[in-house]
Design a protein around this ligand. Structure first.
Ligand code: NAD
Length: 733
């Protein structure tokens, strides 16, 4: 296998081309890295070579590092994985540093060979760290290209010198959006931000890079940090301006991460400490911090869920294998309300023809207008053009006529949450569609198996559950009714892939998967308030454990009346088995007080005129005075996490959830479950089943049966098993 090939042209420029065979995107693995090293060595040693251009044989430069590299560095080091990682990283630094120094004399800084990077398209992660070690970065003017260092998004940070080089190139402040937020830019913006040096027409990319290489002087190829008198832009930590930057950055990182994401703090430490020492020592410091992050179970869990497993699900890991391509050409969306309008938008955006149907034409038109407003916003932000807007809108037909659905190959029903209304439209639709067409419902609470009874073809009936707002939320929950067939599942999955969302497939049960786990979280938070736990303690405990919103804020956001509706429906369905009266009583009372949540500018919280959240509503403490003794923070956190996690385990025990990867990915994307943990199953693996049982037993004794340890968890604790050990490997294989 040859990932890198080198060819020297008549002018003496060695062009090293990265082109991994049989892949659409270059990713760096250990063998490839060795080849790069050899190609650079050969070019530097060859007197006929005056300079080097590193480029790609593909439309893009590179998507990043093959994450197995990290695993193999760890594995190859036997019982000292940290050393294996550190040594592996230092070797990477050595090679990139060789490119940067390019054979120049260490004392005079003269005599090196110019090396340029020429990026035809996207350059991410190591795909940018390698160019950063070169002397000049050229990018083709390709507005679709993404350039940046997204590592922080999966719980690590740029560890092949990208952190140290970018901080020194731009200064800590200017580098922070790229390093700390993983901001990606197109080439023009990347140049404006100072990450790359030149943007050139695509067909002149190589020519321009070669010309630069042939004309570059010793001074051109000396990195500022290798020159005498280098000062960090914006000031190093002990400079007054630098001091301000680092104090601010530290506070910002802590407020954003609440101390639960090890990578952000480690990154900042690497930049801060690195700024105080010479460049080569800074690389060593970066490697040490990076090793500490890679050794933290949170980073492996995040990589596994947010990168490896998310991608596997998107590529069809759970798709029935022997069903032909089910890509959707024309979708019928029933109900042009909040959800239907969003579903029409994301479908049309993916190039799918849409028939958007409602009871009267004005409602259908309003639904279509949602797409128009969305595109207008995009145009004002220069993210879309008038032509794109026209093209998108031309794909949506707003109508009241069922006959318009005749040649649809997928129907998604999003009418009122009412069994009768849904049954009525199902019959009307089935009178006009063909046998090829799959019928999906977007219900959030009604059992799919029951709704399917209104259909003549229950094998072609399925749940496709979107989250609101549809265009923003990344997860789609696909629900199989008792009689749903494989083609319906494949259709739902192929459609989800077309609209670029991440799917999970679950079996039918009350509230499916996501809502089943998040509702108990809301209830537990509200219950605590009714017990006299200070609302601030409840909310902060949630945030300090990595939940994006505290349960009370979430209840306000999703609206108190929705909470009331769900509580009433659950009570009716469960009868005497219903045990959440403590929280539903409080919800009913809030609703009676007219405090319906953020939309009413009144809920658990007060809101100002503009709807901005203020402090807690005083009436809450009058109704439920704070208890004199408040619980420990960890106890509150255990209650809030365990209510969600135990539902996930029960869903697995009951075969509602069929794959723990879906449980973890779905939890993070669906309701923001503490992403640092990698999801509920990853969290249980991090703390260990034995400790989890201990926590559950203690909570059960103090707070009741809702915390009863599931039999599966108890058994795993007894056998010393982990979820990924027991359920993960065979699926992943
Ligand atoms: P909505 O009230 O905003 O929209 C419903 C639309 O359906 C309205 O425009 C209404 O005119 C139309 N409609 C009603 N009866 C109809 C009929 N017989 N024929 C044609 N059109 C009809 O409701 P929504 O929030 O968009 O929810 C729709 C569905 O999606 C519900 O089943 C709901 O449970 C589900 N859902 C909602 C959310 C959410 O956050 N709102 C999330 C996931 C799923």
């Amino acid at each position: 296998m040859t990932d890198f090939t080198s060819k020297t042209d008549k002018d003496g420029v060695a062009v090293i081309t990265w082109d991994v065979p049989e892949k659409s995107m270059n990713v760096l693995n250990l063998e490839g890295f060795k080849e790069l090293d050899e190609a650079v060595d050969a070019a530097l040693a060859d007197d006929a070579v005056k300079g080097i251009v590193i480029t790609s044989g593909k439309p893009d430069f590179a998507g990043g590092m093959d994450l197995n590299v990290i695993a193999s560095m760890k594995d190859n080091a036997g019982d000292n994985p940290a050393k294996g990682l550190f040594d592996g990283l230092m070797n990477m630094h050595k090679v990139l540093r060789k490119i940067e120094r390019a054979g120049m004399d260490p004392k005079t800084n003269k005599g090196g060979k110019p090396i340029a990077a020429a990026l035809p398209g996207t350059a991410l992660g190591i795909g940018l760290e390698l160019p950063l070690s070169c002397h000049r970065i050229f990018a083709a003017d390709n507005p679709k290209a993404k350039i940046g260092l997204p590592e922080i998004m999966v719980g690590i940070f740029p560890g092949a010198g990208g952190t140290t080089r970018l901080a020194r190139k731009l200064g800590a402040m200017a580098a922070s959006p790229f390093l700390l937020e993983g901001k990606l830019s197109d080439p023009q913006k990347a140049k404006a931000g100072g990450i790359i040096d030149e943007v050139v027409p695509a067909d002149e990319l190589l020519e321009k890079a070669k010309a630069w290489v042939l004309s570059a002087t010793d001074a051109d190829i000396l990195k500022p940090w290798d020159a005498k008198g280098y000062k960090m832009p914006g000031g190093a930590p002990y400079h007054p301006a630098g001091f301000m930057t680092f104090v601010g950055a530290s506070a910002m990182v802590n407020s954003k991460t609440k101390g639960v994401y090890p990578a952000a703090k480690a990154l900042l430490s690497a930049v801060y400490e690195g700024a105080l020492v010479p460049f080569d020592t800074a690389l060593k410091i970066e490697a040490r911090w990076f090793t500490s992050v890679l050794m933290n179970p949170s980073s492996s869990a995040m990589i596994r869920s947010l990168f490896v497993n998310k991608e596997a699900l998107e590529k069809g890991a759970v798709r029935p294998a022997d069903v032909a391509d089910q890509r959707v050409k024309k979708v019928g969306v029933l109900g042009a309300g909040m959800m239907g309008a969003g579903i029409a938008l994301v479908s049309a955006k993916a190039g799918i023809e849409v028939v958007l149907l409602d009871q009267d034409q004005s409602a259908a038109d309003r639904g279509k207008a949602y797409s128009e407003t969305y595109m207008d916003k995009g145009i004002s932000r220069r993210k879309a053009t008038e032509e794109q807007k026209e093209a998108l809108l031309s794909r949506i037909t707003a109508t009241t006529d069922y006959n318009a659905l005749a040649d649809c190959d997928l129907i998604i029903e999003a009418v009122f949450e009412d069994t009768k209304v849904k049954a009525d439209v199902t019959a009307k639709v089935e009178a006009v569609i063909s046998e090829d067409c799959i019928f999906a419902t977007n219900t959030s609470t009604l059992p799919i198996t029951e709704l399917a009874k209104a259909s003549k073809a229950q094998d072609r009936f399925i749940g496709i559950h979107f989250f609101s707002p549809v265009e923003k939320m990344l997860l789609v929950e696909i629900i199989k009714g008792a009689k749903t067939g494989d083609r319906a599942v494949a259709k739902a999955l192929d459609y989800t892939r077309q609209i670029r969302k991440t799917p999970i497939v679950v079996n039918d049960a009350r509230f499916f998967y996501a809502n089943r786990c998040i509702i108990p979280y809301l209830n537990e938070g509200i219950r605590m308030v009714s017990e006299g736990v200070a609302p601030a303690l409840v909310e902060n405990a949630a945030k300090l454990v990595g939940m994006p919103l505290g349960p009370l804020q979430l209840a306000d956001e999703t609206s108190i009346d929705l909470g009331v509706k769900i509580a009433k429906a659950t009570m009716a369905a469960m009868g005497d088995d219903y045990t959440d009266h403590a929280s539903s009583d409080l919800l009913f009372w809030l609703a009676d007080e007219g405090r319906l949540g953020r939309k009413a500018k009144a809920g658990f919280y007060n809101y100002d005129e503009k709807g901005k959240r203020q402090g807690f509503w005083e009436g809450l403490a009058e109704k439920h005075p704070h208890a004199e003794t408040q619980p420990e923070l960890t106890e509150v956190q255990h209650r809030l996490l365990m209510t969600q996690v135990l539902e996930a385990v029960r869903a697995l025990e009951e075969n509602v959830l069929m794959d723990i990867r879906e449980g973890d990915v779905g939890a993070i994307l669906g309701w923001g479950f503490a992403p640092w943990s990698g999801g509920p199953f990853s969290w249980l693996d991090i703390i260990g089943a034995e400790r989890a049982v201990e926590i559950c037993d203690a909570l059960t004794e103090k707070h009741g049966d809702r915390f009863t340890t599931p039999a599966l968890l108890r058994e795993m604790a007894k056998n010393g098993e982990t979820f990924y050990g027991r359920f993960g490997s065979q699926k992943a294989a």
